[in-house]
Every structure is written in structure tokens, then in C-alpha cells.
Design a protein around this ligand. Structure first.
Ligand code: FEO
Length: 408
């Protein structure tokens, strides 16, 4: 009996209280992460399940002039200000560089500018107008607008700014410190989990990428091209750990994900089953795929799994099987949510198998295909498995035919 990988999240580990300064770390001799780990966070954006909390990074560069890059969420304000104060030992920073205006990074702009009245904002033009929208405050006499090609010299550190529209909002800039060869990548290369989460990077970075930025692959490609000539030794994202060492694996994964190429040779079987018969068919298909030499087959019960995790698997694997019971002349609600999540993120260029169940009028296969009709370059298997209540000889033969097709 082959083993099956089953992706489901059944619980989360105990969280610890946020401690001021808990996440502060030295990145280089002059650069500190003054952000905050939120160990209590259960969800990101109120929708993405967090097993290991969330990091909201903010960086401080110490030089003749001092720059703080981005802030953190409003609820983490005290810890962030305390971290800044600890590094500066009471001195005032000169600049607040605003790379991204989503409130998980911008909520404390007003309090920062009030606390440090000599500080100057460094922002894109779009971010400047969003600051007015969010805060109703006019900082035009305390702002420097930057874009592609702009530089800021802090002393020995020279910062170069580049626009990164839609990675993940339109106003985003990223920053390259040529002195320490650090790329401050805004949301790019982010990951769910605190900076000290004891887990490898890829799975949670993929779930973050496809959940948050996945719709904007072309924009990520443009950014990768823009930074490709830089000598980057460290990547400082606004979420997750600081990346150092051999950066090629991270950059290659971002290139793969943002170009919608599959990362993994394998089959994801995403299914919805009300009374177990469609699930039995999904398991049968998994076994047949194993028999045909497919080693990596993942079963995902859409009613039980974390949706963002299954969506990331769909983008990472090269083949997808959709299996659903027919429900109200359509598909089961969790399948609707899954397909909408794929379609809105521009799912494309994959091989797809369909399996439907219905006791009197099975229509799920047609409905699933229709929900993906805006997706490009999907190659559907010729065999569509039709179950009319429970597996029987005919449907098992169709499952065998589908397994053979998908294994080729
Ligand atoms: Fe982490 Fe798009 O904000």
C-alpha cells in the first residue's frame, strides 16, 4: 500500500507574548532589524493561517545620517519605537524610508514623524499620496520623492532606489545598499512566521508568495530583471528571516514561481467529498498514479486543508487533479473557493485531470472547467472520471485510464 502525503493543518503551537525588542538583530555592522516578531498572530491579513506567528521587519542603518526603513503594524508600535531607541540610544533618526504603504509596514508613519520632528520621509510619489490618504497629513515639506535611479548618501552607505510596482502594491520601492550589498526587498522574498521560527524557508515562503504576490508574476519578473546586475550578498525582506549565504536558490525559486513554471514534478489531487465516496476515488487515483511511477502525489481535502497551502501546492506542482461532488448543480463550496483562488492568481500552463461525482446529474467536471476558462495553457486529460454515487467497475477503469494519462 503506497503512502500518501496529506496536507492539512489541524492545530497550531502555543504562542508566546510579544516582548519589546524581541526580534532585534544585527544584520551587518551598521544595519539592524528593529522590527517586531508577533508571536500571538493567528492570521495574516485576517485570512492566512499562521502556525509560527509573523515577522514585521524594519531596518535601521547607522551612519553619519541614520535611516529607518519602513515601520510595523499599529499594534506593534511600542516595541518598534523601543527597538529604534535602543539602537540609537536616544538619538533621533534622520530619515524614514517608506518602501510600502500597506498598513502592516506603514501604520506608524505619523507617530514617527511626530516623535522625530526633524526627520524626513523618503518615498515614491505614489506612496506620498497614499500617506495623505491614510493619515490626512501633508508631509510635502518634509519629504524627498524618489524613483528609479534616485540615490541617497547617508555617509559611507549609498542607497539606490528602484520602483517595484505591484510587488505588491503600486507604490512599492526597493532599496539597494551598495556599501553592504544589501537588497531591501519590501514584501519580496517574504515568508510567514517569525524571524526565529524553526522551519525551512521554502514552504512558508511559497505559501506567502502565492497568497500575497502570486497574481503579479510579471511584475516580480520585472523586478528580478531590474536587480539582476546588482551584487547582492544579503536580502532583507519586510517579512521572515534575513537571507544570507548562497542566495541563488531563493532567487531561482522566485524566478520559477513568478514565471508560473512548475517547481515540482508531481500530482496534487484536490478533492471535496461529502460522504467519502469522492475521497475514496481520490485515494484510488493516488494509488494508481504510484503504480504508474508517480512518486510525488499529494492528496488535499479542500474542506480540511488551509486553502492558501493547497493553492501554493497547485502552483508548485506540474499536474493537478480536481475531484468534486456535484452540489446544487455546481461544485462543492470549498472547490469553488479553491478554483477562484487559482483563477484570480493567473493559474496557467498545467496539466489537469477531472473527476466528478453525482448521484443523479453529475456536472462538476464541466463546472470546474468553466471556472478555470480564463486560465491560459491548461491541458486537460482526455479521460474524465464520472462516478454516480460510489466507485464501481466502470469508474475504476476510468481512474486507471486517467492515472495512465497523467503519468505520461
Ligand atoms: Fe507586508 Fe504588502 O505588505
Amino acid at each position: 500500500m503506497p503512502s500518501h502525503n496529506q496536507i492539512c493543518i489541524y492545530g497550531r503551537k502555543d504562542m508566546q507574548p510579544v516582548a519589546a525588542g524581541a526580534s532585534m538583530e544585527k544584520v551587518t555592522n551598521d544595519i539592524f532589524n528593529v522590527g517586531v516578531n508577533d508571536y500571538d498572530a493567528d492570521f495574516f491579513e485576517g485570512q492566512f493561517d499562521l502556525e509560527s506567528g509573523m515577522a514585521y521587519n524594519s531596518y535601521l542603518i547607522l551612519d553619519d545620517k541614520t535611516a529607518v526603513m519602513d515601520s510595523v503594524g499599529e499594534e506593534l508600535q511600542d516595541a518598534w519605537l523601543s527597538n529604534i531607541n535602543e539602537v540609537l540610544q536616544g538619538a533621533a533618526p534622520d530619515y524614514l524610508i517608506v518602501q510600502h504603504m500597506e498598513p502592516d509596514h506603514s501604520a506608524n508613519i505619523d507617530i514617527f514623524m511626530e516623535r522625530y520632528p526633524e526627520a524626513v520621509l523618503i518615498t515614491s510619489a505614489k506612496a506620498a499620496s497614499m500617506i495623505s490618504q491614510f493619515f490626512g497629513t501633508d508631509y510635502s515639506d518634509r519629504s524627498i520623492i524618489v524613483g528609479d535611479g534616485s540615490e541617497l548618501t547617508l555617509g559611507k552607505h549609498i542607497l539606490h532606489f528602484m520602483t517595484a510596482p505591484m510587488v505588491h502594491w503600486p507604490e512599492v520601492i526597493v532599496t539597494y545598499d551598495e556599501t553592504d550589498r544589501v537588497l531591501f526587498s519590501a514584501d519580496g522574498f517574504g515568508k510567514f512566521g517569525t524571524t526565529d521560527a524553526d522551519e525551512e524557508w521554502t514552504d512558508e515562503a511559497a505559501r506567502y508568495y502565492f497568497g500575497i504576490v502570486g497574481k503579479y508574476g510579471a511584475n516580480v519578473q520585472a523586478l528580478l530583471k531590474k536587480v539582476s546586475s546588482l551584487d547582492i550578498r544579503t536580502i532583507c525582506s519586510l517579512h521572515g528571516p534575513v537571507l544570507t549565504g548562497d542566495l541563488s536558490s531563493y532567487i531561482n525559486l522566485y524566478d520559477t514561481w513568478s514565471s508560473y513554471r512548475p517547481e515540482i514534478e508531481g500530482v496534487l489531487i484536490a478533492y471535496c467529498s461529502v460522504y467519502g465516496h469522492t475521497e475514496a476515488a481520490a485515494v484510488e487515483l493516488s494509488e494508481r498514479l504510484h503504480e504508474h511511477g508517480c512518486d510525488d502525489v499529494v492528496l488535499a481535502d479542500l474542506t480540511m486543508c488551509d486553502m492558501s497551502e493547497v493553492i501554493s501546492y497547485a502552483f508548485r506542482y506540474d499536474r493537478l487533479v480536481l475531484a468534486s461532488t456535484t452540489y446544487n448543480g455546481d461544485v462543492f463550496p470549498a472547490m469553488r473557493e479553491f478554483l477562484a483562488g487559482l483563477a484570480e492568481r493567473g493559474f496557467k500552463s498545467r496539466r489537469i485531470g477531472l473527476l466528478e461525482n453525482g448521484s443523479w446529474a453529475p456536472t462538476a467536471a464541466r463546472c470546474m472547467q468553466k471556472r478555470l476558462e480564463g486560465c491560459k495553457e491548461l491541458a486537460y486529460a482526455d479521460t474524465i472520471v464520472k462516478i454516480t454515487s460510489a466507485l464501481d467497475e466502470a469508474s475504476i477503469a476510468q481512474i486507471e485510464a486517467l492515472a495512465a494519462e497523467l503519468a505520461r
